[in-house]
Design a protein around this ligand. Structure first.
Ligand SMILES: Cc1cc2nc3c(=O)[nH]c(=O)nc-3n(C[C@H](O)[C@H](O)[C@H](O)COP(=O)(O)O)c2cc1C
Length: 480
């Protein structure tokens, strides 16, 4: 069976019945309904996938669309999406990520008649983006946004690049393509190569698919990689592709998507967008970005419009997890003693990196700390700890930093970098001087102690938990 968002939701229902929160009340995109609900859930520690079953459109009309959020909100969900156990959600997930990045499963082409995303086709005068639910998430967001991925095809070398890229609604037939000219992204490279020859750039937005499709789109591939093959690796199945409706038969789009918005980006196009609350949790300032004139919208009759809550945990996981695996491998090349790498949510999955090592020489911590800075340019600071510290437990990392680093010697800077110097904190125990031992309960005593023999079973054990607190539910998910 072809994997899509529906097969994934059904699988969650089958194996983890508590994993999805279904909300029957109607969502109005003219209000902040979606982000208000998601913020409340986050504040309560409720990390379920959220399905808003009814949504109005941008003019307040009833639609057949529902909305899916929080598909990437925990590492456990990201692990499940690619077929791993929740217990593999730390380093094993990141390593599996980098293995899948390096592998390819070639796509399969299917006719239009076998593509669920072609159930409804709107072209020409039928195109009206005000019929598609889009959202403002934060108080000062300038407009309504889609937040999923764009597909472009390199016209010279014929590969597809698939990357996350938001779109702001400009008019019923126009969206921005949020690629800032000052950054050198793959998608922008394709646009700019076309612009050199005064060519337009065809583009397709994929709004709703299996979460593994999006995890694959977030993989750190090189320019020239055909991303549909990488996404197939994450799906563990060929991505089914079908000809676009308006961008030519040779431009292929995912057949099993919920909705595809096709369009053309004219050469040197520019629209002002932002402020928009971004991954940094700050408003991104106004900037000119390319736009797309929409040439077709195709969708399932009851499409599930998928979104990311920007600047919140799902966004951090999508940015951070792919980097952990890649950084682990890069560090391992020069330092075999690396144990684990974590890009924590406190650093929005991009700005800060914790690395644990088996230290053998005094300089190891300082040298290893330089490597992540070379491979991700958004990174602001790296903390290197010993292997007795769990890098996925931030409290332990900070404990190591404040008790093991001597700040006059162990904080180093990469000077002269854009915006700010980059920081390396060596929080490993010094080898060449006496240092107190970490206090631990004897291992033999721990192994000999079977806790159940010491404590009475909880009174509620065996009773069905009614209205369990979200944190309890979360704990059950994490362990399942
Ligand atoms: C959820 C998510 C949303 C993103 N949105 C944007 C965006 O709107 N604009 C942008 O330039 N980068 C965005 N990014 C970052 C790019 O997807 C990322 O830099 C990627 O490496 C660019 O890939 P590319 O170089 O293949 O284009 C986003 C990343 C994630 C994970």
């Amino acid at each position: 069976m072809s994997k899509d968002l529906r097969t994934y939701l059904a699988e969650l229902d089958r194996h983890w019945p508590d994993a999805i929160l279904r909300i029957g009340r109607e969502v109005d995109p003219r209000e902040f309904h979606v982000s208000a609900v998601l913020q409340h859930l986050e504040d309560r520690g409720d990390q379920r996938v959220v399905l808003f079953e009814k949504s109005l459109d941008l003019e307040g009309r009833t639609t057949n669309f529902s909305l899916a959020y929080n598909l990437f909100v925990t590492r456990e969900l990201c692990a499940r999406a690619i077929g791993l156990a929740s217990s593999d959600a730390k380093m094993p997930l990141s390593l599996e990520f980098s293995r899948r990045e390096a592998r390819r499963v070639e796509p399969e082409i299917v006719p239009l008649s076998r593509a669920p995303v072609k159930e409804v086709v709107r072209t020409g005068g039928e195109i009206d983006l005000s019929r598609v639910p889009m959202f403002r998430y934060h108080e000062q967001d300038i407009g309504l946004y889609l937040t999923m991925v764009a597909v472009m095809k390199d016209s010279e070398e014929n590969f597809y690049d698939v990357s996350f890229c938001k779109n702001m609604l400009v008019s019923p037939k126009r969206l921005t393509v949020s690629l800032q000219r000052k950054l050198h992204k793959h998608l922008l490279n394709i646009v700019e190569k076309n612009e050199e020859h005064d060519r337009e750039t065809p583009i397709a937005m994929v709004i709703g698919h299996h979460p593994a499709f999006y995890l694959g789109a977030g993989a750190l591939t090189t320019f020239g990689n055909d991303d549909y093959g990488t996404i197939g690796s994450f799906l563990d199945q060929a991505v089914r592709l079908t000809p676009s409706e308006s961008l030519g038969k040779d431009f292929l789009v995912p057949a099993d998507a919920e909705m595809i918005v096709e369009g053309i980006t004219p050469p040197h196009s520019a629209e002002i967008e932002n402020p928009f609350g971004e991954f940094s949790r700050y408003y991104q300032p106004q900037v000119a970005v390319p736009y797309m004139d929409v040439t077709a919208i195709t969708f399932r009759k009851d499409a599930i419009v998928q979104g990311i809550f920007p600047g919140h945990p799902g966004h951090f996981n999508l940015g951070g997890i792919p980097k952990e695996g890649s950084l682990y491998r890069e560090i391992k090349r020069v330092f075999p003693g690396v144990q684990a790498v974590h890009m924590p949510h406190s650093g929005v999955g991009r700005y800060c990196c914790y690395v644990s090592i088996k230290k053998r020489r005094e300089e190891d911590g300082k040298l290893v700390g330089t490597v992540p800075h070379v491979f991700t340019n958004q990174l602001q600071f790296v903390v290197v700890v010993d292997d007795d510290v769990d890098v996925f437990n931030e409290q332990e990392v900070i404990w190591a930093a404040v008790t093991r680093a001597r700040f006059d010697k162990d904080i180093n800077f990469l000077k002269g970098m854009p915006r700010s110097d980059r920081v390396i904190i060596d929080a490993t125990v010094p080898l060449n001087e006496p240092f107190p031992k970490k206090a631990v309960v004897p291992r033999e005593a721990l192994e000999a102690c079977v806790l159940e023999e010491w404590i009475a079973p909880a009174k509620s054990a065996g009773k069905k938990a009614v209205g369990a607190a979200p944190s309890a539910r979360k704990a059950r998910h994490a362990g399942s």
